[in-house]
Design a protein around this ligand. Structure first.
Ligand SMILES: Cc1cc2nc3c(=O)[nH]c(=O)nc-3n(C[C@H](O)[C@H](O)[C@H](O)COP(=O)(O)OP(=O)(O)OC[C@H]3O[C@@H](n4cnc5c(N)ncnc54)[C@H](O)[C@@H]3O)c2cc1C
Ligand code: SF4
Length: 471
């Protein structure tokens, strides 16, 4: 159970990021690693509290105290086995999970210094690949076939789980490679794409078939996967390529980004965040784009609209592309630093987050509304914005936005819209079709997508078992 006194004597130590002057010139991962001694010492801080809330907070139910204890004792292989029981892809979550468990850690609540669960998880996963603890499992086939549409974390988790249960699984992916937003959204400086390739290779060796550049449109007479809900499954027809499958898992994510329909939206230089991020990741994978197609921040003043993580990824990308300046604006108020009395435990604390990209340099402003995109000869030159405030709504409900200053103009030759994604609607599918991940729940987190994929795999299994019993 860790070292019962370590939480008193060992302070939290994070590996930290590479220095800004070093990392800003490349797309290599920014996060560093601790040496083995320090890492094990960090694991020793997990004090095996009576009720470990980290289990509950982690959507995968990861058993952090168990694997932290193994890690503390230097039992790296055992730590990986314990971690693998609940998390099929700890090398992803260990890098990019916001660590919901750490905000539930008793040490966070008592001392403000949670156990470094996420980093410990990444360290265990990396050691497992390095030392060969990640073995290839060859499941006995059960004669049933499942198609998974979409290869983001949800689709990968569903495919992995079903494959290990003995199903023959084919993953259909519209892109040229697997990973979904892991590959075409999240920048390489947070998640190197070789980490995804390594996992796909394991899954392929274990028997999962991946078919790329195959966009499967699930249509009925009036709608598509991304379209309007139509509650009539009799109208629904499966694409002919799916007819032979016993079950189908839809894991197609949230394809529609929230747009900003302000005047001047059509100007050259106004883009959705993912247009920049996915293209940059493709460039790093060796793809080329014409000057006309290429979106770059090089030499430009950049304005990011949207104060969340996607916006932050745009900031880091703009820096690496050689921008002149970056400003990030957010319509909501600035969250408090450190502690927010409005989001007490067990809510997720809504507090100011400063990412590695913010550290690299950025003007951040809150309570700012966007009025108009300004341009010359069809090209963006600036954005008219307005300081605003939020007043309580006397009728309850959403607060009311009021003007709080004169409109101003922010100079910008590139605007990136990072304002979230629309939740997809789905028609009523036949009973052998299941939806998971962001496609089912709306834009969320990698750890939630993995948990949803695993859960859906179990539902598919239950459905097929029931069907076998019935027939
Ligand atoms: C820029 C950005 C940064 C993020 N950073 C983080 C982070 O740091 N940490 C975190 O936890 N979460 C992060 N997220 C959120 C996280 O990436 C998503 O919640 C997660 O990837 C959702 O997984 P998914 O499998 O449901 O969908 P996706 O990852 O969106 O995957 C869906 C897949 O389905 C494919 N597809 C869609 N339609 C079809 C079709 N008709 N036929 C075949 N294939 C199809 C797509 O090409 C894609 O590969 C970020 C999101 C963005 C946009
Ligand atoms: S997946 Fe995320 S929430 Fe779960 S244990 Fe790992 S870091 Fe914590």
């Amino acid at each position: 159970m860790g070292n019962p006194k370590a939480f008193l004597t060992v302070p939290r130590k994070e590996a930290g990021y590479r220095p800004v002057h070093d990392r800003i010139h490349d797309f290599g991962e920014v996060e560093q690693t601790l040496n083995t001694k320090d890492r094990q010492e960090q694991a020793s801080r997990c004090m095996d509290c009576g009720v470990p809330f980290c289990h509950w907070a982690c959507p995968l139910g990861n058993k952090d105290p168990e694997w932290n204890d193994a890690l503390y004792h230097g039992e790296w292989e055992n730590a990986y086995k314990l971690l693998k029981k609940t998390n099929p892809f700890p090398e992803f979550t260990g890098r990019i999970c916001p660590a919901l468990c750490e905000k539930a850690c008793i040490l966070y609540h008592t001392t403000g210094e949670a156990v470094t669960n996420r980093e410990n998880e990444a360290a265990i996963a990396e050691r497992a690949f390095l030392e060969g603890y990640v073995t290839i499992e060859k499941p006995v086939r059960n004669g049933k076939k499942v198609a998974v549409i979409g290869s983001g974390p949800a689709g990968l988790a569903a495919a992995n789980e079903l494959n290990l249960m003995g199903y023959s699984v084919t993953v259909f992916e519209k892109n040229e490679a697997a990973g979904g937003l892991l590959r075409y959204g999240i920048p390489n400086f947070k998640l190197n794409k070789t980490v995804i390739d390594r996992r796909i290779s394991v899954m392929e060796q274990e028997g999962v078939e991946f078919r790329y550049n195959e966009e499967l449109i699930m249509k009925n007479e009036e709608s598509s996967v991304d379209g309007t809900a139509v509650a009539n499954s009799s109208l629904f027809t499966l694409p002919s390529s799916l007819k032979d499958y016993d079950a189908i898992v839809i894991a197609t994510g949230t394809p529609t980004a929230r747009d900003l329909k302000a005047p001047g939206r059509e100007l050259k230089g106004v883009h959705l965040a993912l247009e920049l991020l996915s293209q940059q990741n493709r460039v790093l994978a060796g793809m080329t784009f014409s000057d006309e197609e290429r979106i770059t921040a090089k030499g430009k003043d950049v304005l990011v609209i949207g104060g969340g993580d996607t916006g932050s990824d745009c900031i880091g990308t703009a820096h690496r592309q050689g921008c002149k300046s970056v400003t990030q604006i957010e319509i909501m108020p600035k969250p408090p630093v450190g502690h927010n009395p409005n989001t007490p435990w067990p809510n997720w604390p809504v507090i100011l987050k400063t990412t590695s990209s913010h550290e690299e340099g950025c003007t951040r402003r809150w309570n700012i509304n966007t009025l108009e995109f300004l341009g010359k000869d069809g090209k963006l030159t600036g954005v008219k914005i307005q300081p605003i405030d939020w007043k309580p709504n006397p009728e309850g409900g959403r607060p009311i936005m009021v003007e709080a200053g004169e409109p101003e103009i922010i100079k910008a030759e590139l605007v990136l819209l990072a304002m979230g994604f629309l939740k997809p609607e789905h028609p009523q599918y036949p009973e052998n079709v299941f939806v998971c991940g962001d496609a089912a729940n709306g834009a969320s987190l990698v750890v939630r997508a993995i948990a949803s994929g695993k859960q859906t795999a179990r539902k598919v299994d239950e459905f097929i078992i029931k069907k076998k019993l019935r027939s």
